[in-house]
Design a protein around this ligand. Sequence first.
Ligand SMILES: C[S@@+](CC[C@H](N)C(=O)[O-])C[C@H]1O[C@@H](n2cnc3c(N)ncnc32)[C@H](O)[C@@H]1O
Length: 275
Amino acid sequence: MKKYFDVGYHYDSITEGWRYIFGDNFHIGYFKTLEDNLDRATDNLIDELASLCKLGPKTKILDAGCGIGAPAVYLYDKFGSDITGISISRKGVELANSRIQGNKYNGKIRFIVADMTSTGFPDKSFDVIWMMESSHLALNKALLFDECYRLLRPGGFVLLSDVLRSEKYNFVFKFKNIFQLVNMIKTFGGGITETPQRYIELLRKSSFKNIFFRDVSKETETTFNSWHENIIRNKNVLIKVFGKCEIKRFERSIETFKYLFSEKFKYYYLFRAEK
Ligand SMILES: C[S@@+](CC[C@H](N)C(=O)[O-])C[C@H]1O[C@@H](n2cnc3c(N)ncnc32)[C@H](O)[C@@H]1O
């Protein structure tokens, strides 16, 4: 199990193959209409989070947990902001950097390997810290939010979207669903999900104010069928990359996700917090 909690290792090993399931945005989709496909819906999620504050050419953004760089490039194309993307995965950063070859980006986007809980950037370096589906992978969220606070200029914002945990996901639930939950860790990497109330508490402890959050579980649940369709469409190549067992495990994890996103649980949230 230990290797699944080595996030850099996990992401280095899944990055190539995940593109055939998720597309280039390694996050859930926000489905606005029946016509939206997964690519459109994952871009919609970026739009929804970006709409929580004003971004523009002068905004300095840190994309903490930048995946393979697609969200940063989308944000640049839309707002012209100056973006630094960091990831703990070398493979992710390599693919992200290959995405910004050429003159178009004029040194306005860069991707580097760094740990978002201890970045080494000077105090007050950024106007916005963008954390799309990466915070659940930080085992010490107090450290993560303290680092975000340090890095932001006064009046700056953390914009975060992630899979959180429902209040109903208690000890009994964990006990009953232990195999499914272990499966999820093996598929998606070891992380710790928290309730929205716990995120608010931790953000406040790190001195953030004016915290806003929104449950968007309903709008995101179609994602799981889209992942499954992509697995069926790309089965041959996925079996070559991951092997049959791992694909089966991914399919089972999708079923668990569907259950977690059912009426009973609320799972996906957007957050904005101000320094
Ligand atoms: C689910 S992916 C999301 C990627 C990207 N935000 C997107 O939406 O496409 C999680 C990302 O967080 C990164 N990550 C996880 N823990 C990290 C850490 N401590 N420091 C930096 N990056 C981290 C992973 O390497 C991966 O790129």
